[in-house]
Design a protein around this ligand. Structure first.
Ligand code: DGY
Length: 418
């Protein structure tokens, strides 16, 4: 155990740039939003001050409207596409123009709760509180135009689950005409068979150009996007983060922030019921353009176990994970292997990711499903022992996939072993 932790710390140190950590060398040479917040949990095990800095650096690049971008391009690097010259968001330090799952509120609370240095933690958390709160407000103001309590993503990259089967049908509506010629860089660093396809990239880039044409005005982007999907995992993370931020704010005597976030979490939890599918034993995505649920059993619908969902929902999800465990050697696959579209090696169409495992097992343990939570933790540790700190893993064979020496994987391992 102590050997694995030492090896994980080595990965974190290797990717540490001083005030932020890159996800991995080559493939992802900048700061990514949710990578950083989850990485902070790993950093805290050996340097609490540095863990807070990780999140502060991210929030130093928050947009005036409250959005926290998904990439901050701190130092120029030509090994990544699309870089700042494609996004052209006009920020002093270049950033992308879309966001990512809002894990910050959860991470801040966890850092605070665990802190040995409570005085330092209170100081650093207090400064972050209004910023995280502004981000949460931004979500409901800009991504929930009918004030339903559910936010939409307008680009698959926002979900973090870039090429999930969930997006396939909705993505058909995103055109590819007019995409400026480009050269991918990701396929230089990782096996193209583990990555999204060329066709998907065309559509990713079409959306970026489309939003750029609207001057990244968040008041307009949602309605103008041909891709608007309500992802249950994305919403559940935001709901959990709002509840955690409310608790943290209460502890620190910031009652206004506490009240606002408590209300967001409650409204969100109630609205999540619309996404439940009894037939699938999990939540489903909603295509906001067609108004229909998307019949695709991805891990995005299992991830809501991370939030305080109703007890019967958590129990059904625990049963679903057990059912999946009968089909693969390592849980939780990012897609149900029973679906003919499942692909054990291609990014979010099948492989196991330790960050989602962490969030699911955390939620299931809290809901009293310790045995299933333990099964997920065990799979995660088996994968590390067999295949090292990869970006993701084949759920059937444990083959390491995507980038290597991966920061958030290492951070999660430290968390699993603590
Ligand atoms: C990528 O480039 O693959 C990232 O996932 C986008 O954030």
């Amino acid at each position: 155990t102590s050997d694995i932790i030492a090896r994980a710390v080595e990965v974190l140190r290797e990717n540490d740039q001083g005030a932020y950590t890159i996800p991995t060398k080559g493939l992802y040479p900048f700061q990514w939003n949710w990578d950083s917040c989850l990485t902070a949990l790993g950093l805290a095990h050996y340097d609490e001050a540095r863990a807070w800095t990780e999140m502060e650096t991210l929030f130093a690049h928050q947009w005036p409207d409250g959005m926290v971008p998904h990439i901050v391009f701190h130092v120029w690097n030509d090994g990544y596409f699309p870089g700042p010259e494609v996004w052209r968001t006009g920020r002093a330090t270049a950033t992308s123009g879309i966001t990512q799952p809002a894990v910050a509120g959860f991470a801040a609370r966890r850092l605070f709760d665990r802190a040995n240095d409570k005085k330092l933690a209170a100081e650093r958390a207090r400064a972050l509180l209004p910023k995280i709160d502004a981000w949460h407000r931004w979500f409901y103001e800009n991504r929930d135009p009918k004030r339903e309590g559910l936010v939409a993503i307008i680009h698959p990259w926002e979900s973090g689950r870039d090429n999930s089967i969930d997006w396939d049908d909705a993505f058909e509506r995103v055109p590819t005409e007019g995409v400026e010629p480009y050269t991918r860089r990701d396929t230089l660093h990782a096996d193209p068979a583990h990555r999204p396809t060329r066709e998907q990239y065309d559509r990713y880039i079409w959306l970026v150009q489309h939003f750029r044409g609207l001057a990244w005005d968040n008041a307009r982007l949602h309605d103008a996007s041909p891709f608007q999907v309500v992802d249950p995992g994305f919403n559940a993370i935001l709901i959990r983060a709002a509840a955690d931020l409310a608790d943290l704010a209460e502890t620190l005597g910031e009652t206004e922030i506490a009240t606002a976030n408590r209300a967001r979490a409650q409204k969100g939890l109630a609205a999540m019921e619309q996404l439940w599918s009894e037939a699938h034993g999990q939540y489903l995505c909603l295509d906001r353009i067609t108004g229909e649920l998307i019949g695709s059993a991805s891990v995005g619908g299992i991830l809501p176990a991370f939030a305080a969902i109703p007890r019967p929902r958590a129990a059904a999800i625990a049963a679903t994970v057990e059912r999946l465990a009968g089909k693969v050697r390592y849980v939780v696959p990012s897609h149900d292997p029973g679906d003919p579209r499942f692909d054990a090696k291609r990014y979010w169409r099948g492989p196991v990711w330790l960050v989602v495992n962490y969030m699911i097992s955390d939620g299931l343990a809290a809901a009293g499903h310790g045995k299933v939570a333990q099964r997920i933790t065990q799979s995660s540790l088996d994968l590390i022992r067999e295949s090292g700190f990869a970006e993701y893993y084949d759920p059937l064979t444990s083959e390491p996939l995507g980038g290597g020496r991966f920061t958030w994987t290492a951070a999660m391992v430290i968390e699993f072993l603590r």
